[in-house]
Design a binder for this molecule. Structure first.
Ligand code: DX5
Ligand code: ZN
Length: 230
């Protein structure tokens, strides 16, 4: 994974057809997705439960590009190896998931994956300050984790701006996750985000049998995001 701050659209399969994950991953990549965002939820760290390592392993062969695994689970350390073995390229864990986040980032990198740190809306960027040499990505949650289709929490835009300043020219992606739409994508990109996770905004209007809307939605998000860069 060569580092680039070019805009990346990362559809979240939380909004996909749960009966057809493989076909949905193939469809969104064929329609222009840069990364595939995989929302793992345990029903404990967040009030929702999705899927685990076996599902990640099952969809891996259907993803040609980056499999971006977002672990909304606690505890997290004991499960890292199973997601690395499932084929994750990026494993992101929440700073709020446990007491030893530096060790968690070390463990993710030791498994050969890119390390992502997720910040819930109430967590400040000081959580990243002593981890800047340990992470490859910071996921700024712009909704409270657990569900798709929520509204972006606008206070997080200033957090993205401050985080971008803190990161400087380090090869660290800023991913924004939750409530990314045609209206909000320009705001978070202008603040410094380069990876845009979008579930409902990408999957709306389409299906495995009718994936064209996925492509139109991705292209529209990319257009407003690129425009916000200039
Ligand atoms: C929420 C997940 C997000 C969510 C995004 O806990 O982490 O990735 O699926 O969905 P939308 O884009 O619909 O807000
Ligand atoms: Zn996510």
């Amino acid at each position: 994974m060569r580092f680039s701050r070019a805009i990346k659209i990362a559809p979240s399969i939380l909004s996909a057809d749960f009966a057809n994950f493989g076909a949905e991953c193939r469809a969104i990549e064929a329609q222009g997705a840069d990364w595939v965002h995989v929302d793992v939820m345990d029903g404990h760290f967040v009030p929702n439960l999705t899927f685990g390592p076996a599902t990640c392993a099952a969809i891996r062969p259907h993803i040609r590009g980056v499999m971006d695994v977002h672990l909304m689970i606690s505890p997290v350390d004991a499960f890292l190896e199973s997601y690395a073995k499932a084929g994750a390229d990026v494993i992101s864990a929440h700073v709020e998931a446990g007491p030893h986040v530096h060790r968690t980032m070390q463990a993710i990198r030791a498994l050969g994956c890119k390390a992502g740190l997720c910040l819930n809306p109430g967590t400040g960027i000081e959580a990243v300050e002593y981890l800047l040499d340990m992470v490859d990505l910071v996921n700024v949650m712009t909704v409270n984790p657990g569900f798709g289709g929520q509204k972006l929490i606008h206070s997080q835009i200033e957090k993205v701006r401050r985080l971008r300043a803190m990161i400087g020219d380090r090869p660290i992606h800023i991913e924004v996750d939750g409530g990314v739409t045609l209206d909000t994508a320009p705001l978070v990109v202008a603040a410094g985000a380069d990876v845009l996770v979008a579930g409902s905004a990408v999957f709306k209007g389409g299906s495995v049998d009718n994936p064209a809307p996925y492509g139109a939605n991705i292209a529209a998000l990319r257009a407003v995001a690129e425009a916000a860069r200039h």
